[in-house]
Write a new protein. Structure first.
Length: 194
């Protein structure tokens, strides 16, 4: 039995090292993939928000009805993941903003050749996803809506994913080790019987 255990350990130690290295390599890859998926989802979500707001904002801004725009923005940011909304003029000045809009986030001057732009900014409270999208009234540009999403939920989900990946590799390692020990034991018995 001692010889079988030593034989099994010859298989198990390299297997455990290989699985640990594989898990160490896979975790950053999974983190990167999930972050890209979340950012793509936030980009799409931001575009839907801007499209839903377009008519209200494009009608109210030329009439200088900033309070109306702010009232609409305040209703929209009741969403738990939506951090703040703002409206930027075409020359890059922040004209309307919700009370949660951070002072450190500034409007970028609008490039008429491009559509929406997005970025991830690191604030003191954590990362936020920022999308600036054009607002149009017919064919005319009125300005840009700035949509800020809180990304703290992504950090929590990424840490959950990391734990699941490590747990999966641990369970896989235990199962493969158990199968390896059984095969080694049966092989040793067969060799001894022969």
């Amino acid at each position: 039995m001692r010889l079988t255990t030593r034989l099994g350990l010859k298989f198990l130690v390299p297997l455990a090292i290989t699985l640990a290295l594989l898990a160490y390599a896979v975790v950053p890859l999974v983190d990167s993939l999930t972050l890209r998926w979340f950012i793509r989802d936030l980009d799409t979500r931001s575009q839907l928000i801007v499209e839903a707001l377009n008519d209200s904002v494009s009608e109210a801004i030329p009439r200088n009805e900033d309070r109306r725009v702010l009232a609409v923005f305040d209703r929209v940011i009741r969403d738990e993941r939506l951090f703040a909304l703002g409206f930027c003029t075409l020359d890059g000045k922040l004209r309307v903003k919700t009370r949660t809009f951070p002072e450190s986030v500034a409007c970028k001057p609008f490039d008429r050749g491009s559509g929406s732009s997005s970025a991830v900014l690191q604030l003191a409270d954590g990362p936020i996803h920022v999308v600036q999208s054009p607002v149009r009234q017919g064919d005319n540009l009125v300005g840009q809506v700035v949509v800020l999403h809180d990304m703290s939920f992504i950090q929590k989900r990424s840490s959950d994913t990391r734990r699941y990946v490590i747990a999966m590799f641990t369970i896989l390692g235990v199962i493969v080790s158990f199968v390896t020990m059984i095969v080694a034991h049966l092989s040793w018995r067969g060799w001894m019987a022969g």
